[in-house]
Design a protein around this ligand. Structure first.
Ligand code: GTP
Length: 763
């Protein structure tokens, strides 16, 4: 009695390693052995299937290359991506910055594979679009491309994998094991009058197991089956199979490796185009329908062969299973077995086909291919040629069926996916080509403005620098000239008018002291006037330098506040301290002026003599001699004494009264002399001018710096744009090529005819 119904899914999934590692092609364009491709040995569907498989693998390879190229381009040149559709509630704000790399919203709806999920998080689509950086889109796209490449590789592995699994199921005792043995032309699985198969038995080519015929029994609750890991299964010989399969509560399933007795083009287990592994399932009862249905649904099951006994027809459990399978991807191939036991064969056929028509009208439509009446037990003996022929027919149909289902389950999805991804690539290439062309045009437009502007700036810098130099020279010259003139003038005229009040002979010294101070002050004042003049001239100079800055640099030129009062604010040069002139006795008397007063000569002479100093022969002494010669010697002798007395008195009186005039004259003369020795006028004018030049130097330097910065900035912008221009040119070319390539690939893939001649329809 069978007791397999409770095999858990987890154990069933242990089946996922088919042990077909070796049958998976290493390269993508694995060609078949010559014998397989030989038309005499290989059927048309086989050849067509193989050609499609190879071609599809090649297109997958090319598409993967193209995608990788796009991915690397996207890392250097973030690709544009169509923006998400905007709702009316979220209109675009014209003030928002340009949408980063998102174009024509409509296209977003059309993407198949490379569609980015831009509606992440709580942001509304339009908010998100604007918050996304170019690089975010690029990295989202990068992820999508990686996924797609990965999927394509899996698809390629899948189509390169020629193995197919055929699950043989059906009612208890319908002859499933006998049917499997017939397919193998070898008694491998135990056959019995009583229900005997209690677990799933997968029959595989021994070449998958280093050509060793043996049984790998996978324990219940064991780890997943791995042929290379002996701990995942127990090994038995083929002879022991019956013991494991019949009464078993230890194993969930067995893998049976057997030598193929047939030549390559006849072999069902391995012919290179479609290598079939046969799985003998336990007979169905109501409890096990579910388990077997789950098994049938598994990824690697390509076809389900349903064995029904010609004597029993479809039982309730069979009907339920077929009904369920009709809604699953499993395709059903029906084998009506034990046909030898039927006497009225025509009636049996009619009744069964009627039932098939009810269970699956589409299978009924194609019943010649899909429903076979055979006697499996007669095949291995091979005596009854009619029965053998029937079975041969079944086998050919089964192989066609498996091939077609493979084309449908493996090649077709690969083709569809390729077409989708290539269509997306074409769209993206087109969008990006247009966008990059537009970007390039915009960039070139910008460059055509920036370049002359830059050249203008460079030229302006020279002009402005000359202008500033000129302004500094002009201002300095004006200030120097003014100062020189002003100070010289002042010095020349310090004794022009009485500056200090004269309070009489007794305060003559104070008078002299004050006069000296007043004179020095007046000179000092003239210097101060020059400094003030220099300040104002500097203000003028700075204003014109600033005006140049604003005119040429606009906002980039930052004005600095200039405070003219800070000029010449360092400790002032104190003239009175540097003048060594001391007032002495002779500063009070100006002898050079005596000749102006007639008759006073003598007095002065006396006074001069009395002063103990003899001043050189002067004009008034000459006059005296002339007067005495007119008077005659006697008169002279008489008059000489009183005259001398009078003259002396008059001279003394004159000298005393001349003090207020003599002091300024004498002091002025002395001061002038000293100032001249100090080169006072020049050194002061130069000091003032130097300060002016120094102060003007600041805004001049600032302006030069600002110009430099501005030009450097312009230069950088220009260089950056030139760089982007070059990249854009590359991108335009790249996307043009990508568009052509994607289109060529797509056309190539579209031409692949996977369906071929009239197709076999299933459930
Ligand atoms: N006459 C006749 N007997 C057959 C045929 N096929 C199988 N049998 C016999 O039917 C019995 C059951 O065959 P099995 O192959 O064990 O049946 P099964 O469906 O595998 O049985 P379970 O797996 O136990 O459900 C055996 O005695 C076979 O010899 C056939 O075509 N004609």
């Amino acid at each position: 009695m069978a007791h397999y119904a409770s095999v858990p899914n987890q154990q069933l999934s242990a089946n996922s390693d088919s042990g077909y590692g070796g049958s998976v092609a290493e390269g993508m364009e694995r060609e078949l052995p010559v014998s397989v491709l030989n038309p005499r040995q290989t059927s048309d569907p086989d050849r067509r299937h193989n050609q499609n498989r190879v071609a599809l693998g090649r297109w997958i390879g090319r598409t993967v290359e193209t995608l990788k190229g796009f991915q690397s381009m996207n890392s250097k040149w973030p690709a544009h991506y169509p923006a998400v559709q905007r709702t009316e509630l979220t209109p675009i704000d014209p003030n928002l910055p340009e949408q980063p790399r998102l174009v024509t919203p409509q296209i977003a709806q059309e993407f198949n594979v490379l569609k980015l999920d831009l509606k992440l998080g709580a942001l509304s689509p339009s908010e998100l679009v604007h918050s996304l950086e170019k690089s975010s889109i690029a990295s989202l796209l990068d992820g999508k491309i990686s996924q797609s490449v990965k999927h394509l590789m899996l698809l390629r592995d899948r189509i390169e994998d020629t193995s197919s699994k055929v699950l043989v199921t059906g009612d208890l005792n319908a002859g499933k094991s006998t049917f499997c043995n017939a397919l193998l032309r070898k008694k491998v699985l135990p056959e019995d009058q009583q229900p005997c198969t209690s677990i799933f038995c997968e029959v595989l080519d021994a070449r998958e197991n280093s050509s060793i015929e043996e049984v790998h029994a996978i324990p219940l609750n064991g780890a997943g089956y791995n042929r290379n890991d002996g701990t995942t299964y127990d090994v038995y010989s083929l002879d022991q199979l019956e013991d494991i399969v019949v009464e078993n509560d230890k194993y969930s399933q067995v893998k049976i490796y057997v030598e193929d007795v047939r030549v390559i083009d006849e072999s069902l287990l391995r012919n290179g185009v479609v290598d079939i592994a046969i799985i003998d399932a336990p007979g169905l009862n109501l409890d096990s329908i579910k388990t077997t249905a789950v098994f049938a649904r598994q990824e690697e099951i390509d076809v389900v062969v349903f064995v029904v006994s010609a004597e029993n027809h479809f039982t309730l459990s069979a009907k339920e299973f077929i009904y369920a399978a009709a809604h699953e991807k499993a395709y059903i191939f029906i084998v009506v077995n034990r046909f030898d036991n039927i006497r009225d064969k025509a009636r049996c056929q009619r009744l069964i086909l009627e039932q098939v028509a009810q269970l699956s009208p589409r299978t009924h439509q194609d019943s010649k291919e899909l429903v076979h009446f055979v006697s499996s037990n007669a095949v291995i003996e091979g005596k009854d040629s009619a029965k053998l022929k029937e079975f041969d027919n079944l086998e050919q149909s089964l192989r066609r069926f498996v091939l077609e289902k493979r084309a449908r389950s493996k090649l077709a999805p690969a083709k569809t996916y390729l077409l989708n991804v290539l269509e997306d690539l074409e769209t993206l290439a087109e969008v990006n080509k247009d966008a990059t062309v537009a970007e390039l045009e915009k960039l070139r437009g910008e460059l055509s403005e920036i370049v002359p502007e830059f050249q203008k700036s460079v030229q302006a810098r020279t002009e402005v620098s000359d202008n500033v130099e000129q302004t500094m020279d002009d201002t300095s010259n004006t200030v120097y000239k003014f100062s020189r003139k002003n100070i010289s003038n002042t010095i020349a005229h310090i004794d022009d008018k009485a500056i200090v009040e004269y309070d009489g002979f007794l305060s003559a010294f104070t008078y002299a002291e004050n006069t000296k101070q007043a004179m020095l002050q007046s000179i000092q004042n003239s210097v101060t006037t020059c400094e003030e003049y220099a300040r104002n001239q500097t203000v003028g100079g700075i204003t014109s330098i600033k005006a140049l800055g604003i005119m040429h640099l606009g906002d980039e030129y930052v004005e600095k506040v200039f405070r003219k009062e800070l000029m010449f604010s360092r400790k002032k040069h104190q003239l009175s301290k540097s003048i060594k002139t001391e007032i002495n006795f002779f500063d009070f008397f100006d002898f050079d002026k005596q000749e102006k007063v007639a008759g006073m000569s003598m007095g002065l002479t006396v006074a001069t003599v009395a002063g103990g100093q003899l001043f050189g022969v002067s004009s008034w002494i000459d006059g005296l001699w002339k007067a005495t010669s007119m008077l005659g010697p006697r008169t002279t002798r008489k008059l000489i004494v009183p005259a001398l007395l009078v003259a002396g008195a008059a001279g003394a009186w004159f000298l005393i009264t001349d003090i207020p005039n003599a002091v300024p004259r004498k002091l002025a003369k002395k001061i002038r002399k000293e100032l001249e020795a100090m080169d006072y006028v020049h050194s002061n004018s130069e000091r003032i001018t130097k300060e002016v030049r120094k102060v003007l130097g600041f805004p001049a330097e600032e302006l030069r710096g600002a110009f430099q910065r501005s030009i450097e900035k312009q230069g950088r912008t220009m260089e950056e744009k030139r760089k982007v221009e070059k990249e854009s040119e590359v991108a335009v070319k790249y996307f043009g090529n990508l568009l052509r390539e994607a289109h060529e690939h797509r056309t190539g893939v579209m031409k692949l005819d996977l369906e071929g001649p009239p197709s076999i329809t299933a459930t």
